[in-house]
Design a protein around this ligand. Structure first.
Ligand code: 13P
Length: 254
């Protein structure tokens, strides 16, 4: 049984005071929640203050990106050890980083190695564009992203499948479509790590997940939670998604 993860990727949203307000609304509902791992990924500026607020709770904290080098002349970047001072997770290879900031499978791979070496759990994002999807290339694209991005790494990681055409568009992939691609991802993971290990790796779906559609995803066999963008900026929606995932686990256990 894989414990689901609900991770909120806040992207470039929320000043520190806004971040504090949002987290203080969530904490009463999430601090002791069992049977699901919750992770908040605020912008880098809010990592320190939010880490202080999350102390003593079961809520995890992550960064949205980091560099692979330990230190040096990399203006604007955060080193792995800087992230691990505050958080336990780091999102790597998000499609927005690939599209706007030149992230490649090779840089993602270096970052996954560096994250694991610093005790961080990487949340590695993969997904195809609309054109690739329409050309039936989804399986080839995500397989390449997984094989290249995870070359030589350990299995302590989380994968997020985020079809690019479903991000921030309100046009979510159907739960069946998402599950089918996630099954393919799990097969690629089995080739890399062996089947038993692959069965234990959490694979999330991301792309227009909201409180109102989350249950459909979590009812699927291979979807182990979600990486949430827009809905993670609203306390009630994010809390609802966490509770829905928990309800699905309870159903599965009974
Ligand atoms: P939305 O939930 O806003 O579609 O964003 C998904 C995402 O990119 C999370 O990383």
């Amino acid at each position: 049984m894989r414990t689901p993860i609900i991770a909120g990727n806040w992207k470039m949203n929320k000043t520190v005071s806004e971040a504090r307000e949002l987290v203080s609304e969530m904490i009463p509902f999430l601090k002791d929640v069992q049977g699901v791992t919750t992770v908040l990924c605020p912008p880098a500026s809010a990592l320190l203050p939010i880490a202080a607020m999350l102390e003593g709770t079961d809520i995890g904290l992550g960064a949205q990106n980091m560099h692979w080098e330990a230190n040096g002349a990399y203006t604007g970047e955060l080193a792995p050890a800087m992230v691990s001072e505050f958080g336990q997770y780091v999102i790597l290879g998000h499609s927005e980083r690939r599209e706007y900031f030149g992230e490649t499978d090779e840089t993602v791979n270096k970052k996954v190695h560096a994250a694991q070496a610093n005790g961080l759990i990487p949340i590695v994002c993969v997904g195809e564009t609309l054109e690739e999807n329409e050309a039936n290339q989804t399986s080839a694209i995500v397989s390449r992203q997984i094989q290249a991005g995870l070359a030589g790494v350990k299995s302590d990681l989380v994968i997020a499948y985020e079809p690019i055409w479903a991000i921030g568009t309100g046009r979510a992939a159907t739960s069946e479509m998402a599950n089918a691609t996630i099954k393919i991802i799990r097969e690629v993971l089995a080739d890399i790590f062996g089947n038993e290990v692959a069965q234990g790796i959490r694979i999330l779906y991301g792309g227009s997940v909201k409180g109102s559609n989350a249950a459909e995803y979590f009812a699927q066999s291979d979807i182990d939670g979600a990486l949430i963008g827009g809905a993670a900026l609203k306390a009630d929606d994010f809390v609802k998604i966490v509770y829905v995932s928990r309800a699905e686990v309870m159903k599965g256990n009974s």
